[in-house]
Structure formats: structure tokens, C-alpha cells
Ligand binder design. Sequence first.
Ligand code: SAH
Length: 221
Amino acid sequence: MTFNSHLGIGMTSRRTRERLIQRLRQEGIRDHAVLNAIRITPRHIFVDEALASRAYEDTALPIGHGQTISQPYIVARMTELLMEAGPLDTVLEVGTGSGYQTAVLSQLVNRIYSVERIGELQRQARRRFQSMGIRNIRLRHSDGGLGLPQFAPFDGILVTAAPEGIPLALVNQLKQGGRMVLPIGADQGQVLVRVTRTSGGYEKELLERVVFVPLLSGVQR
Ligand code: SAH
């Protein structure tokens, strides 16, 4: 998928983005499709104008409501872990936030459902996707810890806020062999986990230390 050309960027910005891709490679991101999705996703659209000049740094940035847009490395890493076994048809994301991770995924999968509990963040994300002409994202304003049973099962689930343990409601919405990538744990003690649904239940791999905002329950306007 390509994005509307009015969002096209000048040479300077193209160089800045290329530097980010170089850095992600150095940090160990190997998947070409993932790197390319990051290369063509205009991250500056997903942050406040005042922060746009920092959009291609490999760092998390505030998006209001006490939330953050994830660091590009972590977006790339989680996407790579989700996609490792091959192409995915339908994916659920929990925690739309700015919509940046959603936009990256939208280029790699057929359809993505994304759930956000803060209404204002969801509305902003929707406007961004519309301006970019992205059509394969379905947004919902709800508590993502419950998943979206009406659209399950999913080939993959990506959670961008940390629960304290593996939410079984989400595991149950994975197809057999489907994967979920998520941070687990409180505050400073979080670890990135990949869960694979098996016939008897699920398997989990503990991957690396991460820092995410907590997964909260309930919704907010
Ligand atoms: N992927 C996003 C990350 C945003 S931070 C980005 O790159 O911009 C995590 C987001 O998860 C926040 O917007 C927060 O409001 C949301 N969140 C936290 N708990 C949630 C829940 N139970 N259901 C849905 N969204 C939730």
C-alpha cells in the first residue's frame, strides 16, 4: 500500500527517515517489509506539530492524556515478532494511541482492528488515517482487555499497553497457531512476551525488557 502523495516529503526529511532506518538495522531489525513500512509511514503526522521535528528520532514522545507514541524500535520489533511466521490476514491491536503502530501494520496485513479506551485519541487517529487514505483499519472505542469477540478469531494480536499478566480473553480470540505480542508487568519490571495459541492452550516466549504505559480497564470520553 502507498499513502496519498500530498503527504510526500522533501529531501531533507527523506534523509532523516533513512537515518532512522539505518539505526533500526543497527539495533537488529532485519525484516525488510517491516523496515519499508516504517520508511514510508510519516511519523510526524502522528505527533503534535510542536514535536514534529523530533518525529524521526528513535524515541517515544508524549501524545497527551498521559500517553505516548511508542519508540520506532519497539514498533518495528513488535511488528517483526508478530509477522515472523509469514503474512497475516486479520490482526487486532489493543491501544491505538496516536495510530502510528496501526498505520505501520496496515501496510503489512489485510485488515486491522484497533481498540482505544480514550475517545479523543481514537478520534484523532481516525482523522489521520482518513487524511492518509488508509482504508483497511477499523477503529473501536472500547476496553481492549476484553478484545473484540465479535470479530475474532484473529491471526495476530498486538498489545501496546502493559497488563500485569496474560489476558486470557485475548488468548481465546487467537486462531490456532496465532500469535500475540505484548508487554507484561508493572512499571519498571516489564518484559516483552510472545504468546502462541496451541491446541492445548498457549506457549509463551519472554523476549526483552520494555517500558509501556499500563493497560487500564474501562473507557474514557
Ligand atoms: N501504539 C500506540 C501506543 C500508545 S500508548 C502508539 O504508537 O501511539 C498505549 C495506548 O493504550 C494509550 O493510548 C492508552 O490509552 C491505550 N490503552 C490503555 N489501556 C487500554 C485498554 N484497556 N483498551 C484500549 N486501549 C487502552
